[in-house]
Design a protein around this ligand. Sequence first.
Ligand code: NAD
Length: 497
Amino acid sequence: MSMPSRADWEQRAQNLTIEGRAFVHGAYVPAADGATFDCLSPIDGRRLAAVANCGDADADAAVRDARATFESGVWSRLAPVRRKAVLQRFAELLDAHREELALLESLDMGKPVRDALKIDMPSAARCLRWCAEAVDKLYDEVAPTGPDELGLVTREPVGVVAAIVPWNFPLLMACWKLGPALAAGNSVILKPSEKSPLTAIRVAQLAVDAGLPPGVLNVLPGYGHTVGKALALHMDVDTLVFTGSTRTAKQLLIYAGESNLKRVWTEAGGKSPNIVCADAPDLRAAARAAAGAICFNQGEVCTAGSRLLVEASIKEAFMAMLLEEIRAWQPGHPLDPATNVGALADRQQLDTVLGYIAAGHAEGAALRCGGRRIMEDTGGFFVEPTVFDGVSNAMRIAREEIFGPVLSVIAFDDIDEAIRIANDTPYGLAAALWTADLSKAHRTARALRAGSVWVNQYDGGDMTAPFGGFKQSGNGRDKSLHAFDKYTEIKATWIRL
Ligand code: NAD
């Protein structure tokens, strides 16, 4: 895949026509009250679009439309093999528009366009394709009854699904929900983050172009919690799926309890430990991965390896390698194809990250690199990759999710201590371990309370592996066939013969 130059991307950015309206029943529409908010680029503060600021009336209209579409059977009762064909076409259209979508994603949330093009867009299309291909291979069950009865255990689509997604991988997180939800036959209302709504709005049209009937996918952008709250409290939304912070996840569970007890599935925050033992097979590879685990996507990754646990006997040698590897990750203009660290998503995120860096200093951690905002003259929100050494697991920078390129290095003496520190967190999304000792690897992987455990690598996995969290990192799983559990109800039909 050839990569356009920065000048090409800049030129295309000038010529982009950006849609900011909501999408309901196959057409772009303004918010019911005409309200909009400004969507600003974190790269230079430029205004990209006026985006519809949807509210209660829009949520009502979109849910009514989604319900009517679901009940009509135009999608929900279509044969799986035909739903598959539409979703495959949808994936093809994502591929065909990947450069436009990658540019939108980069401008909107500040990630390097190179990553948006080579990682986010292909992964989003692959997710849709994988779910499409799965759906005509999922069989129901027949219960082991006696001869006079027939027990059918069947899966049905849940109905109307609201999907609330974050800004760090805007289209990819949306597709982790859309793939299985649409494949299973549901109608979906997608609520993108106010910080990055543009690709979700754009692909709604591509879905219809691919043959998805109007009303099966509606997209409602909105500022702050407004339209998300309206969907979460709505009496006619059957299931709410969410990726975002633990704080919002808790609130959504309350909304479900206050309304119709809709099913709520949450993928929430993380503070993932990356454990490097002295007997790691390749310490250089571990250092390279540790740098990538905190710098990729500006550290705005739910599975960021934000706590680096290093065995004390090798710590100084390992720190030297780590600091060398971090040098390969330096912020640059996101439209420059050489850039691997872009801008933080907005001013609020910048302030949060700088606040944690100040907290690290105040709590007595030792700064080993970075720590400053840079490229301020661009008007963008760029922060240097930052490493704190001498961190204790009780410090705020070790306990709270920073969601930026700030690494806390913690020393340990033996693997039992490493496991204790690793698990001493409210989160349980991911963990990694570097060792050449097979038994230690298995024992430790079992002991780690996390939804994903990586051994001698960081961030492995693909659509075949479930993804989700233990503890306050959420419930349920995205990706793999397990994802379909969120989007189907199980029915037992008992027949006397
Ligand atoms: P956030 O919780 O602030 O927002 C997520 C979404 O919820 C946005 O669309 C937002 O508008 C909406 N929202 C906020 N308050 C709401 C409310 N009261 N009612 C309804 N909707 C509301 O999270 P964020 O800052 O967008 O994303 C970063 C977080 O996402 C991090 O904590 C990160 O770890 C998490 N994340 C988790 C995963 C995962 O798979 N576990 C993946 C990516 C990101």
